[in-house]
Design a protein around this ligand. Sequence first.
Ligand code: TXA
Ligand code: MG
Length: 321
Amino acid sequence: MIDTIIGTDLSYAVSLLKQNELVAIPTETVYGLAANALETEAVIKIFETKNRPFFNPLILHVSSINEIDNYAYLNEMSLKLANFFMPGPFTLLLNKKEIVPDLVTAGSSKVAIRIPNHPLTKELLSKLKFPLAAPSANPFGYVSPVSASHVLQGLNGKIKYILDGGICNVGIESTIIEIENDNVIIHRVGGLAIEVIESVIGKKIIYANNNKPQTSGQLKSHYATNTDLIQGNIDELFIENRNKKIAVITFKKLYSQLDFAHQFVLSKSGDINEAAKNLFSAMRKIDELNYDLILAEVFPNLGLGIAINDRLSRAQFINKD
Ligand code: TXA
Ligand code: MG
């Protein structure tokens, strides 16, 4: 068992990463479990530590658009989007260059790349001569971490260092986009709203065909709590489950049928971005308490509400294989 330390020592993080060790890093979306993406020996540790299947590719994290050029081919429209949305909660799927190990992309000719927007991780990346491969820093299938202590809960004893950058500002994973023949294809809805991307490209985004080889973000059961969760009409679900000990995840309103102590409001003021930021913390908190069932509202299907609904629908126990 390794002693897992939480801290803000950048030079220690750099030295570990240079030795092909893992470091958990803060980003504006969720915490990542990072390793030198160019060293297979380091990347293998990510899969082993998370219990992640090898068919599931990883995102490369770099510090600038110039650096993307080293690892992938940026076509004109991708470059335009990169200039608009990077750094930020936005990942581009691009044709990869030879230098990116097959292990990172699970054998695909495409690599996912993003520039995280977090001061500590930006500084860390600027001190490294290699990109970081980093999936969310949680055991495979569980809710992503949005604080250093969330990372510790899942990976204590498995990694040496967690770089503490506070609570993630966006709180939901990056939006993954690919440009194919001038079409903009979305592989995962996330922390950058679809409408914002559409306003820049001036046309509608196309949803990726889910019958293609699946990415983990597209697996039906993912981002799941241990406690069973159902998303839907809370009033109806209350009646169907009246004998159970219930917690509710709600956007802004409270339900009179249940003690308020068991209701987790994600944004009192009805701000969908604030709700996204609070979603994973609420799911994790409820999971620590002894509930039989979590009921979650269907959020407004606009802006980050789309990503919130995506994560909640995939956390549902009825989808679990
Ligand atoms: O916000 C984020 O994107 C966070 C932070 C840490 O950067 N990372 C993250 O990584 O959510 P992960 O591994 O939990 O999810 C990445 C998703 C997966 O569904 C993966 O399958 C997909 O990106 N992906 C990565 N590379 C891909 C590729 N070459 N082709 C298709 N999908 C890819
Ligand atoms: Mg993940």
